[in-house]
Each structure stands twice: as structure tokens, then as C-alpha cells.
Design a protein around this ligand. Sequence first.
Ligand code: AMP
Ligand code: MG
Length: 327
Amino acid sequence: MAGMFRLFPVLFLLVSCSNSADMHETRFIMGTLVEFTVADADPELAENAIRQAAEEMQRIDDMFTIYRERDNSVKRFNRSRPGTSVRLDNEVARILSLALAIQQESNGAFNPALGRLNRLWGFSMEPLPSHPPSEDAIRASIPPAGCIRKDGNEWSRTSERCELDFGAIAKGYAIDRGIAVLRRAGIQHAIINAGGDIRVIGSHHGKPWRIGLRHPRSAGDVLGTIEVKGDVSIVTSGDYERFYIDRGRRYHHILDPESGHPAALSQSATVIAETATLADAWSTALFVLGPTGLKLLERRQMPALVVDRRGRLHVNGPMRAIFQPAS
Ligand code: AMP
Ligand code: MG
């Protein structure tokens, strides 16, 4: 944490002009700008709560990331000899169990064992690569099915191609932990927005919070808006987040575990769920599944939408009830 905060020592405290009762603060965590908005709270209490929430989110990032120097149980698992047992942190084990369940429920679209393949493509590195890897290298980095094994409190892998990567779920979990800390500190009305992945609690001075969904090809525009009150998470996966264009083709960071290539059916996928952890995992799964995945989420009563590869919007039943398309 210290490293990140030393780089960004200034607290961006912007009290919005339009509504002096809202407090906004922005921190750089998990490689993205995280915006905290708190309404109807004492400013000192809110500032303290936000600081604690940001520290908690940084703790989660440190625990799950495989892309920084510092060691953690995820990296130890990824270095382990196949067949040998590794003790994962309790929170990592809990999120991994959930990730494996979602892998099953999404027919393999979500896969927490793509670490090696993700590293090969290099979308989490700086600078981004400019060409795709060879087909041979891709084939050699796809993990075998069912490669993560659980034995009591210990975990093991069956193959060196099997490396954990929580990039598609840990940000959601960090948001959930951030909200838990805000609440514990006495905050009732807030939004945490981590680069478009959002959880809201309470209301905005008695009115619903209004959330705009980004257009995947036109950064300044919205697809539409959703009005939400209470405790709701809204997460979007998009091919515009980390990508490069090579010979006219877009290569982006959400991979189809079957082909080993960037998933080709969607430009963006948005899921609303009870927790940001679930919304994060399912939006990545839905992005891979494309429009046909919308039914799967409808059966779970999760509002969802997909912008398909041609830019057409598909909305499931629960989403239709709350989504207002931009005119
Ligand atoms: P998100 O932005 O939440 O959709 O997550 C994308 C990140 O999750 C990537 O940067 C990878 O680290 C990882 N990832 C890519 N494809 C998948 C997948 N099919 N299932 C699970 N994680 C993935
Ligand atoms: Mg995700």
C-alpha cells in the first residue's frame, strides 16, 4: 500500500459544486482510479471512513494480485510443483471456491486458472504488447480442465499450465470489502466506483442514484442509465479497457478459455448483482458467452445486458425493467 500512496500523496477532495452534501474522493488502487462518493454524512467521519475503505481495498489487491513484486499465497500456488499442496489465504480460498462454482455455472466461460495464458498475452503488463503470441504458445498455455484441486484446507494444481488469476473477480471483492468498511464506520449512503465497476448503498438525498453505462465505442457517451436505491452492484466488462490494434484487428484482455484468444462475441457486458464480487465474475463470463448468456443470468434473476460484436444492444428481462436507453 505504502508504495502506491507515496506516488499519490494528495487526497483529491472535491466537494461537488452542484451538491455540497456529497463528498468525492479519488484514490489510485488496483491499477485504476477508485472514486468514493458519500452523501448525507459528517465530512470528518466520511473522510475517515473513506481512508479506511481505501486501505482495505489495497489490502485485497496485495492479497490477490500476481502482477506485482510482492509475494502472496496466489503467487506461491502459481510457483508450486504440480501435485504438491499449498495453503491459500482464507479469503483467497473463499473467492477461489466461488470462482470455481461460477466456472461450472457459466459452462467454462469464466476460468480462474488462466494466469499463464493472461501473462502470455500480456494485457496486464506495461507497456501493452503490439502483436499477438503464436498459436503454438497459446495452445501450450491453456490450462487443462479441472486443473485446480482442493484437499481440506490445501490446494494443488495438476499442471504447470494452471495458474491462478483473479483479475476478473478481485476488483469486485475489493469493492465489497470497501463498502463493508464504509458501513462499519457509519456511512449509509455511498458509491464506490472502481473504473466503472460500481457498488451503491442507500440513496442520494432520498432519491435513487443514477448510474450511466458507458458506450463501448464512444467514451464520452452512455448506452443508457439505471436508477438504483438500496444495495446494488453494477459491473461492466469491456473490450475497450485494455487492448491494442494489430493489422486492423482488436486484441483485448478478456479471453475465451476454449480458444485461448480474446473473446469475440461482445464489445461490453454489464451485470447487476447483490455483490460486486458476483457482478464482476458474471460480467466477465457474460462477455465471453455473448448475447446467448443473457438467459443464464435471467434464470438467476440478475439484470444484464450485452453490446454484441456489431454494436447491437441486447437486454434481458430483469434489466429491461430498470434500464433507460439513451435517446
Ligand atoms: P474483467 O475486466 O473483470 O472482465 O476481467 C478481465 C481480467 O480477468 C483479465 O485481465 C484477466 O486477468 C482475467 N481474465 C481474462 N479472461 C478471463 C476469463 N475468461 N475468465 C476469468 N478471468 C479472465
Ligand atoms: Mg470481471
